[in-house]
Design a protein around this ligand. Structure first.
Ligand code: ATP
Length: 199
């Protein structure tokens, strides 16, 4: 799996539609202070399903939409698309190229798309589980994160190791299965109560 390109429109400083192609050997993005380098990383986090505005260095989620400047009016919508080369099928969908898109309007929730087909946030999270790309995972290391990991609680650090080892997705599925089992048990108890009442 390899990052091929990032298309950003209306996200933070990117009022114009801007596409970055990541060719082999791309190792750095350089530019003057405040020009939007970190905003690119925020855009990657956002399209991958980040739900915490703090992790995107914003107060509210709608703050990621271009807020205007002296030359341009604010925009009402932000859209980011991230395209992966998936020839190794590390992302478990049967496509050699995968594009994840997130779109948000000032008033509403985000919309997610995989290869232009609308999906749920949960589908994006499931696609990324175990790849190191999901929210809170290790593929993007932000400023201060190393210190935060070193001073984190053992249980928090363990979650990071579990994701790195690729077992995070199985734990998430196990928890979901346990939750359903519990709900089913509650339903069975309720049904037995009703049967007992009727007898
Ligand atoms: P540095 O090298 O100083 O870290 P940088 O190139 O990483 O800078 P960023 O932090 O990516 O810069 O960008 C900061 C700029 O983004 C600020 O000028 C801020 O005003 C602008 N910005 C953030 N959110 C928005 C928004 N919603 N609309 C317009 N501009 C925004």
């Amino acid at each position: 799996m390899r990052l091929k390109s990032l298309k950003v429109f209306g996200f933070k400083t990117f009022a114009e539609a801007t596409t970055l192609e990541f060719h082999d050997g791309t190792t750095a993005v350089v530019g003057p202070n405040g020009s939007g380098k970190s905003n690119l990383v925020d855009a990657i986090r956002w399209v991958l399903g980040e739900q915490s505005s703090r992790s995107l260095r914003s107060q509210k989620m709608e703050d990621v939409i271009f807020a205007g400047n002296q030359h341009r009016k604010p925009l009402g919508m932000a859209e980011v698309s991230l395209t992966f080369d998936n020839h190794d099928h590390q992302l478990h969908l049967d496509y050699n190229e995968l594009q994840i898109t997130r779109r948000a309007y000032r008033a509403g929730e985000s919309e997610f798309y995989i290869n232009r087909e609308q999906v749920r946030l949960r589908d994006v999270h499931e696609l990324l589980m175990g790849t190191g790309l999901g929210p809170g995972s290790y593929a993007i290391v932000s400023q201060g994160q190393i210190d935060a990991i070193l001073s984190s609680k053992p249980t928090e650090r363990r979650a990071l190791f579990e994701e790195t080892a690729g077992i995070g997705k199985f734990l998430a599925r196990k928890n979901e299965a346990l939750r359903r089992l519990d709900a089913t048990e509650q339903n069975a108890i309720r049904v037995n109560d009703l049967i007992a009442e009727l007898e």
